[in-house]
Design a protein around this ligand. Structure first.
Ligand code: AMP
Length: 299
């Protein structure tokens, strides 16, 4: 089954203690769609400017991503610059240039309106709501957001959270949204807002999937070398949603497998800058690491 992804396609400049990459392919929708395309047919709705290299569009197309929903607008592409210290869990934003993203109004091509699986990556919650208005009967909607929208558009964010099936946030965002340190209490509050499940991303420490009835923990993969954590959360979302879209099964045991696949994809994404590792991945690589996760968590 198909997966629709709406979010940023960007040119990123990233500095980590292990190197620097300038004006490379990035954006939440980019990472999520490359990760998901390893499992299921993916279609993207996003905007880029006149300066966006055609080779990047070609890279996504070569991965099988349907780019019919990519708008090319007059102006410059969205740019993000960030830095990480040795604690790779925290990104310090150095610069955000919205450029064509400032006027982005997601328009779903007619053929996309029936897509059953949907990932609304981190954009203005009002735009996320406008995407939901254009969809007919989605089967599962996953939603991401960030501290900026929690601070500035809480009311719209709460409206879109109420309509999502699965909310994905990192632990700092969950605490900020609920104004509490306890993730147990915060998860209960978030689930009372409407979603069936909440995935709390904990960087190198893995992730927790919470539902009203049960919770499930997946560790981070013990990597020997991490170069650039940018896009880990979006690759997690792409792996999880791609896996669910492929299997068409949202029963608890399969949600758990989806979360493990999310962690597998995130662990690959951080091994290199930009999408270098994701673009080179094979299904055999994924299966092997999935089995390693299985061995790591079995007792
Ligand atoms: P992550 O590391 O998974 O949180 O996501 C990093 C990606 O999000 C980068 O490739 C950025 O281009 C993109 N990004 C950063 N800030 C924003 C923003 N305000 N809106 C949308 N995308 C963003």
């Amino acid at each position: 089954m198909g997966l629709l992804i709406v979010g940023s396609v960007a040119l990123d400049t990233v500095e980590t203690p292990f190197g620097r990459a300038e004006e490379v392919l990035g954006g939440a929708a980019t990472y999520a769609s490359l990760a998901a395309s390893l499992f299921a047919p993916v279609r993207v709705v996003a905007v880029v400017g006149e300066d966006f290299p055609e080779a990047h569009v070609g890279l996504l197309r070569a991965a099988g991503v349907d780019m019919a929903g990519l708008q090319r607008a007059a102006g410059r592409t969205f740019r993000w610059a960030g830095r990480y210290d040795f604690d790779l869990n925290t990104a310090y934003t150095l610069d955000t240039q919205l450029n064509v993203f400032a006027d982005f109004r997601p328009q779903l091509p007619e053929a996309y309106r029936d897509t059953p699986y949907v990932f609304l990556a981190n954009i203005d919650p009002e735009l996320q709501l406008s995407v939901l208005e254009q969809l007919r009967t989605p089967r599962l909607v996953a939603l991401d957001s960030m501290n900026y929208w929690i601070e500035t558009k809480r009311e719209a964010l709460q409206r879109v959270i109420a309509r999502a099936d699965l909310l994905l946030l990192n632990e700092a965002e969950v605490r900020q949204l609920c104004g509490t340190y306890s993730l147990v209490r915060a998860a209960r509050e978030v689930l009372a807002m409407g979603p069936r499940a909440l995935a709390i991303k904990k960087g190198e420490h893995g992730a927790v999937l919470c539902t009203p009835e049960w919770s499930f923990f997946v560790p981070g993969y013990p990597l020997e070398s991490v170069k650039d954590p940018t896009g880990a959360g979006d690759s997690f979302a792409g792996g999880l949603m791609g896996y669910l879209a492929r299997s068409g099964d949202t029963e608890p045991y399969n949600l758990k497998r989806g979360v493990v696949h999310g962690s597998v994809l995130a662990s690959f994404a951080v091994e290199d800058f930009s999408v270098e590792r994701l673009r080179a991945l094979s299904t055999a690589d994924i299966e092997q690491r999935y089995q390693e996760f299985r061995a790591l968590t079995q007792f």
